[in-house]
Design a binder for this molecule. Sequence first.
Ligand code: URA
Length: 229
Amino acid sequence: MQLERILQSQGFGTRRECRALVRLERVTVGGEMIDDPFADLPAEALEFTVDGEPWRYHEKAYVMLNKPTGHECSQKPKHHPAVFALLAAPLVTRAVQCVGRLDEDTTGLLLLTDDGQFIHRLTSPKHGVLKRYIATTKHPLSAAQLAALSGGVVLNDAPDVSVAAHAVEQLDDNQLAITIGEGRYHQVKRMVAAAGNRVEALHRVAVGRLELPADLAPGQWCWIDPSQV
Ligand code: URA
């Protein structure tokens, strides 16, 4: 693939802008500066730098962010900056989207991608991909509350159905791990409220088989292999 097209596909701007990047000697491939925007290179796994920043060709972008509080999962945030502000600019140019949403005050594992099918597979209720959260509660947890969460609670927007956690485990007096298969609006907070308690802090630790790595600091992101999920 021509170098300018590779750069464009990775989010470095329009074709014209990418051509200029190459002509201005701002791009290296395999450690060597290339000034021919039409150089034909094997795109797959190509490693290059733009202004000294290393980058690797990915046909589709799949990343995980350790979402901090105070960020909205929205392209048009209302009260806080968007999570996209935490990503490298080329990912934003590639228009990666959140795979489901976390509330502004929820922290932890957030996936983002420009692969629409991947978003659909992970968020479709049909597939019921499991998401695990650690919830800190206002009041000490009772056995009855834990039983209600695993047995099923009724949420106000769907009075005819009972929503049950896939797994519930008490970690401390005021802390539980809860795994759910759906992705309803404010689901964990509303389930805990329906069980008679209140979520004070919520942190997502896993989506499917993918766990948030301990060394990914809040606000940091990394590439993932989608098969890990
Ligand atoms: N459930 C919630 O209540 N909030 C989230 O951000 C995610 C799941």
